[in-house]
Write a protein that binds this ligand. Structure first.
Ligand SMILES: Nc1nc2c(ncn2[C@@H]2O[C@H](COP(=O)(O)OP(=O)(O)OP(=O)(O)O)[C@@H](O)[C@H]2O)c(=O)[nH]1
Ligand SMILES: [Mg+2]
Length: 254
């Protein structure tokens, strides 16, 4: 089974399109795998949860898939939404399952999932949809955001090298369920980082695991132009948090 955790905060304009796209793509391209989508509505003040409930009823017609909605009563931020989503997936996943995360803003296309699944089947434990692999494309993202992301990628590669990994921050990933379940169970502080740096921190923690966690990447087509509504990311806060995380991890502080 494929479990897909979707953290969603005020995504009423995007979530239904994304869910429809995931269901159609998975049913067509991964017909032998059942799938389960866990939407974590992170205390949205818009109608994100209602949009998901509407679609849940429609999904009765799609074979092999189901959608679950977990609601935070107040907004707790991306890190807590990721924790809730990954924990919900890992707690029921079988060893041979695959656990995905994607942004719910429609900028990540589910058409990439079959090649990510294949990489896990080939033997990798983590597959990252990467903006920095040959063949990747980013459409619609501002130059300043591109420069910041590229700078972060460069610094993390120099300070915390991981074989085959160039994109430390992208939220579109696939994990081998067996590996993720073991790591979550054995490390009570696996989800310790708050803010948008939680995605990097997961990789930095997996980097420390022994035997080594095998990571690889596939080139991402980032369709930022398909995202409706404005960016909710606090860029200044994320830059500060990123430098703080780098310093703490270099000094081996929590
Ligand atoms: N911004 C934000 N996103 C959240 C929060 N909780 C969950 N999310 C979801 O986390 C995912 C990633 O957030 P995004 O805002 O898309 O982050 P990003 O892609 O780095 O930046 P933008 O797309 O420019 O906003 C999206 O699916 C959000 O809906 C939260 O508290 N704040
Ligand atoms: Mg986004």
């Amino acid at each position: 089974m494929i479990h897909c955790a979707l953290p969603a905060y005020n995504e009423e304009q995007n979530i239904e399109t994304l869910l429809r796209d995931i269901c159609a793509t998975f049913a067509e391209t991964l017909p032998t795998r059942r799938f389960r989508i866990v939407v974590v509505d992170d205390g949205s003040s818009d109608s994100t949860a209602d949009r998901v409930r509407d679609f849940q009823q429609e999904l009765d017609r799609v074979e092999g898939g189901r959608i679950e909605l977990v609601e935070h009563d107040v907004n707790r931020g991306l890190a807590e939404a990721i924790r809730t989503g990954l924990t919900a997936c890992a707690s029921v996943a079988q060893d041979r399952d695959i656990i995905l995360t994607m942004d719910a803003d429609n900028s990540h296309l589910p058409g990439l999932v079959p090649s990510m699944v294949r990489k896990i089947e080939e033997g990798h434990d983590v597959v990252i949809a990467s903006r920095y692999q040959s063949g990747a494309r980013v459409i619609g993202l501002s130059m300043s955001r591109r420069v910041l992301s590229r700078g972060a990628s460069y610094l993390f590669r120099v300070l915390f090298p991981i074989p085959n990994v160039r994109d430390y921050t992208c939220g579109f990933r696939a994990y081998r369920a067996l590996m993720l379940k073991k790591v979550i169970e054995s490390n009570p502080s696996f989800f310790s980082e708050q803010g948008f740096t939680c995605m990097v921190d997961i990789l930095l923690k997996l980097r420390e695991e022994r035997p080594p966690v095998l990571m690889t990447e596939v080139p991402l087509l980032l369709r930022y132009d398909k995202k409706l509504g404005s960016s909710k990311m606090n860029v200044g806060q994320t830059v500060t948090d990123t430098f703080s995380l780098m310093a703490r991890r270099l000094l081996r502080r929590p």
